[in-house]
Design a protein around this ligand. Structure first.
Ligand SMILES: Nc1ncnc2c1ncn2[C@@H]1O[C@H](COP(=O)(O)OP(=O)(O)OP(=O)(O)O)[C@@H](O)[C@H]1O
Length: 256
């Protein structure tokens, strides 16, 4: 479980996150949406230890990890799939996976854990691209590789920063499907998502960040029934809803 309590963080220029609190249960997906610059990436980076928390708590399965070095937080069970994928252009898929599956990341004791073989079974597209370099992969394949790399760290909490950014609708849908499978495997998922309608489709809860503060955090079931309050909060235009199809997510327009 991921528990963030009263978390504040920022940069030399000032505080960006203001007393953010979120609780994400194992096997569930918490989406975080918000306008550009709201602090979504800062939140993810602070949980991963890349940005130092100025106050508040970050707990992974009850263990307080704020203030630890990023590699220690990774060892505590946090996997990060960064915005932009950060795949090495000159390394092959096989080399990426071999690096990520370093010995200290042994399979979880008592469990099967994520192995390269298991990941390639889940992602056959990567299996077909093992000898290809990062720069030769499509955006979707790079995203799959970024997720595979994070999984090889045996995370219990997976942080995904806009994993569908720049992907075709078809590929984005496949990435979302994969995220759903990972949550069903018991992973705790924090998902930063630009497209509100996609967040509502896939997540169990959705939180809105506004100027670094959580101004909304509710089960997505509520937004599926009546998306108007959430859409209004993000100033998203929604198409008129025909009678009998209230809240159908396909009616959603794009986020700003
Ligand atoms: N490394 C940094 N140094 C200083 N300020 C930063 C840094 N990274 C982000 N910021 C600032 O922090 C604020 C929040 O940025 P952040 O990237 O977290 O927002 P975001 O919600 O993820 O935005 P986007 O949707 O555009 O990715 C912005 O004002 C941004 O300029």
């Amino acid at each position: 479980m991921l528990c963030v309590e009263q978390l504040s963080a920022g940069y030399a220029g000032g505080i960006v996150l203001h007393e953010v609190s979120l609780r994400v249960l194992p096997g569930s997906i918490q989406a975080v949406v918000g306008r550009n610059g709201a602090g979504k990436s800062t939140l993810v980076h602070t949980i991963a230890g890349l940005v130092r928390a100025s106050s508040g708590r970050i707990e992974i399965d009850g263990v307080h990890v704020a203030g630890r070095q990023p590699h220690r937080i990774a060892q505590s069970g946090v996997g990060l799939v960064p915005q932009g994928r950060r795949v090495f252009s000159r390394l092959t898929v096989a080399e990426h996976l071999a690096l990520a599956a370093a010995p200290w990341r042994a399979a979880t004791p008592g469990g099967e854990g994520w192995t390269v073989a298991r990941i390639l079974e889940l992602l056959p597209r990567l299996a077909a691209r093992l000898r290809h370099r990062g720069c030769e992969l499509s955006g979707g394949e790079q995203q799959m590789l970024a997720i595979a790399r994070a999984l090889l760290g045996q995370p219990r909490v997976l942080l995904l920063d806009e994993p569908c950014e720049g992907l075709s609708p078809d590929l984005a849908a496949r990435v979302r499907e994969l995220i759903g499978v990972l949550a069903a495997e018991g992973l705790t998922v924090l998902l930063v998502e630009q497209q509100l309608q996609h967040a509502i489709e896939i997540a169990d809860r959705v939180a809105v960040l506004e100027y670094g503060r959580v101004v909304y955090d509710r089960p997505t079931a509520e937004a599926r029934i009546d998306p108007a309050p959430l859409a209004a909060m993000l100033s998203i235009a929604t198409a008129p809803t025909p009678p009998g199809t209230r809240g159908n997510p396909r009616l959603w327009a794009d986020t700003p």
